[in-house]
Design a protein around this ligand. Structure first.
Ligand code: GLA
Length: 712
């Protein structure tokens, strides 16, 4: 029996010889989409995922009544509805969806329509067992959960295109359609025979010849030399360590393969004549299977599902982090497709969210460019796998503080929407600081057996963003190779591989007068994770004017002081300067007196190297000092210290200053304009209570100040 025929659930470990030739999917035209206009609905989209197929019709009617009461204007339909829409292969049942759409349309509620391809129904598994994903260890998954699909399986791709086409033909021109929600959170990795076939094709395109691949993958080590393309497989479970180049290429391939599946759906929908905007929902923060910049190229607008991983004050910084990433990926406005209304169940615990925090976070996303406040999900399920995820209508029903808060949010959004429009040109949020982001950094630091397995890309980028957030300084994320000239400061946290082009781009940025700060574990390797010899970080040694002889990770719990007052944990390096000034040295331990932070002057700019991992408070102080040195000011001086987050969202002939108060004492902000929620006159000062929000409309660039606190 070939692996291809293995019944669902049975372990397989397909060898190259077992793999039958599979006809490749028909070519799909793939011209990147250039959105004709930014995503600018006439109101902030408010609502969330609604799965009416879970409920009886009386509940539908009650739901729509409650939606009207809460001023909900958008629901996302169809996300996991494949089995209801196509109960048997090629047999469609759309009557219920017609009725749902008619019901909401009559109530003035619009909808995102999903292609339901994240959750193939059981009949599909039985008919096409080869289209189920195979795990790294060879186990083929089966239905019973969701996200079970082998993205490169022709049967899956065909079925996905068909159902997308059917939906587009039926609903693609519906006036209530706000946009297409393609799939849901792409992210199932497949190691099966179909993936092996398409991975090889991807590698052939990337490397051309096996000789090049062997060289790029350093296959001379451990006798891994490939003599035939058929010998290459996805990185399935093996005896010991995988080849890191194979691992990162598999992640890149998987992202590209899923993207082409998404593009196919988009093209089917366009071919059916629907011109509604296209998005797919990205997911943060726990996993990352997508290279977001290239995905954003294919979308009209980026959307994000954002779930907090903390109950503490870092949740607020995390809202800003997810928002700044999404705005940057989207290149402007974006859509918050899901957040949790209240608690999110992580299995072993629930992360709560108070009603007030739910409102504040919703405004926090909008402050940083979201055009929506959408949730998972409208009504909390009574059964099924996610019955303990919260909903806008909780299990306890509508007579609850939760639902009251939902109604309050609806009124706030209605009050601010007419004023908070998109700017005619220029960025939504003006930032002078850029942080480089690329999924390669994430994937590289997930390869095993690095000098430290505790340093994670997402933690490092987030810690850097957190420092600027705590200082009240706006930040964008930057795509490698993009025009970075508007940023006075560009930070590169832990971007381990860098290509020649990326190195040149960084050099040019500094030459032209930019201030670059590079941290440890950046520029260590080329794109194939091959280390550049001669001292780390080989790719950036000349630019930084340093040479690292040795990486010296610290034991857990060990801290080392620097002479500038900073404290270091987890990571140190034995660093020589070749052409750089020393900004800080170690004050203790075996590296005492040796450089930790350096700066080199290049052209009209500087390249700073941070060779040690600063503890968060020291990192905050370091970046705040760097910003101050460059004259980069917080949006409102002194606000962050009082727990007040201030974001200036540029609009059409006006700025909207979002005041998000996470602190514990009332604050008063003065600016010559009107606060849109309470109607307070900004010229005499807008008072914001702890936990509350305000949106102050001002003339573009108008000054703001914080008034001294007067106890009431
Ligand atoms: C994700 C999914 C939703 C749901 C929520 C639960 O983001 O898109 O379908 O599973 O998480 O929190």
């Amino acid at each position: 029996m070939s692996a291809h025929d293995a019944p669902a659930g049975e372990a397989t470990n397909p060898s190259a010889q077992d793999i039958p030739a599979v006809p490749s999917a028909p070519a799909v035209p793939s011209a990147p989409v250039t959105p004709s206009a930014p995503f600018a609905p006439s109101a902030f989209l408010f609502g969330g995922d609604w799965s009416p197929e879970q409920w009886d019709r009386d509940t539908w009617r009650e739901d729509v009544e409650l939606m009207r009461r809460a001023k909900v204007n958008t629901v996302s339909l169809g996300i996991f509805s494949w089995a209801s829409l196509e109960p048997a292969e090629g047999v469609y049942d759309t009557g219920w969806l017609d009725d749902v759409i008619e019901l909401i349309t009559a109530a003035g509620i619009g909808f995102f329509l999903a292609t339901p391809t994240a959750s193939p129904p059981p009949w599909f598994t039985l008919a096409h067992p080869d289209a189920m994903p195979v795990r790294e260890d060879g186990v083929r998954l089966t239905h019973g959960s969701r996200d079970t699909y082998a993205v490169s399986a022709p049967a899956y791709r065909d079925a996905s295109r068909r159902v997308a086409r059917m939906l587009a033909e039926r609903y693609g021109s519906h006036p209530g359609l706000r946009g297409w929600h393609l799939h849901n959170e792409y992210g199932t990795l497949d190691h099966g025979p179909h993936a092996a076939r398409s991975f090889r094709t991807w590698l052939q395109r990337r490397y051309g010849t096996l000789e090049t691949l062997n060289q790029e993958w350093s296959t001379a080590f451990w006798s891994q030399r490939y003599g035939d393309w058929q010998e290459i497989t996805p990185p399935r479970t093996t005896q010991y360590l995988h080849n890191p180049a194979q691992l990162i290429d598999f992640r890149r391939y998987s992202s590209d393969e899923m993207r082409s599946a998404m593009v196919e759906q988009r093209e089917e929908i366009r071919a059916a004549g629907s011109s509604a905007p296209m998005t797919t929902n990205f997911m943060l923060p726990t996993w990352n299977h997508l290279e977001q910049w290239s995905w954003a190229d294919e979308l009209d607008v980026v959307s994000l599902d954002h779930y907090l991983d903390t109950t503490g004050p870092d949740a607020e910084a995390h809202v800003a982090y997810g928002s700044d990433l999404s705005r940057s990926w989207s290149g402007g406005p974006w859509v918050l497709m899901e957040q949790n209304a209240a608690g999110i169940s992580l299995g072993d615990r629930t992360i709560p969210k108070s009603p007030q925090r739910m409102i504040r976070h919703s405004l926090g996303y909008i402050a940083r460019g979201s055009q929506s406040s959408l949730f998972f999900q409208w009504r909390a399920s009574l059964g099924g796998s996610e019955q303990w995820h919260s909903g806008l209508v909780p299990h306890a029903g509508a007579s609850t503080r939760r639902f009251e808060a939902v109604c309050e949010l609806g009124s706030i959004l209605e009050r601010i929407a007419p004023a908070v429009r998109l700017p005619a040109d220029g960025p939504l949020v003006e930032a002078e600081v850029g942080i480089l982001w690329h999924a390669d950094g994430w994937w590289a630091l997930e390869t095993p057996h690095l000098p430290s397995d505790t340093i994670r890309y997402s933690d490092e980028v987030r810690a850097t963003h957190r420092s600027f957030w705590r200082a009240g300084i706006p930040v964008d994320f930057v795509r490698p190779g993009a025009d970075a000239s508007r940023y006075r400061l560009l930070v590169v946290p832990c971007l381990y591989p860098l290509s020649d082009e990326q190195v040149t781009w960084l050099e040019q940025y500094v030459e032209a007068g930019g201030e670059l700060i590079v941290t440890y574990l950046s520029g260590i390797s080329d794109a194939s994770l091959r280390i550049q010899p001669g001292g780390y970080p080989g790719r950036l040694r000349e630019l930084l004017g340093v040479r690292v002889q040795e990486m010296l990770p610290l034991e857990a719990g060990v801290q080392v002081a620097l002479d500038d007052g900073g404290v270091v944990e987890e990571w140190t390096e034995l660093l020589d300067t070749t052409d750089a000034e020393v900004l800080a040295v170690y004050a203790q331990g075996e590296l005492r007196g040796l450089p930790a932070i350096t700066s080199s002057a290049r052209g009209s700019g500087h390249a700073v190297y941070l060779s040690a991992r600063l503890r968060q408070d020291s990192r905050d102080a370091f970046f705040a000092a760097a910003a101050e040195r460059l004259g980069i000011a917080p949006t409102l001086a002194g606000a962050a210290e009082q727990g007040l987050e201030v974001v200036r969202r540029r609009g059409d002939g006006a700025d909207h200053v979002f005041l998000l108060h996470h602190g514990s004492e009332p604050v008063t902000v003065r600016g010559d304009g009107r606060e849109l929620i309470s109607g307070q006159d900004g010229a005499s000062g807008v008072r914001i209570e702890p936990g509350d929000v305000g949106v102050l409309a001002l003339a573009p660039g108008a000054p703001l100040d914080l008034l001294p606190h007067t106890p009431s």
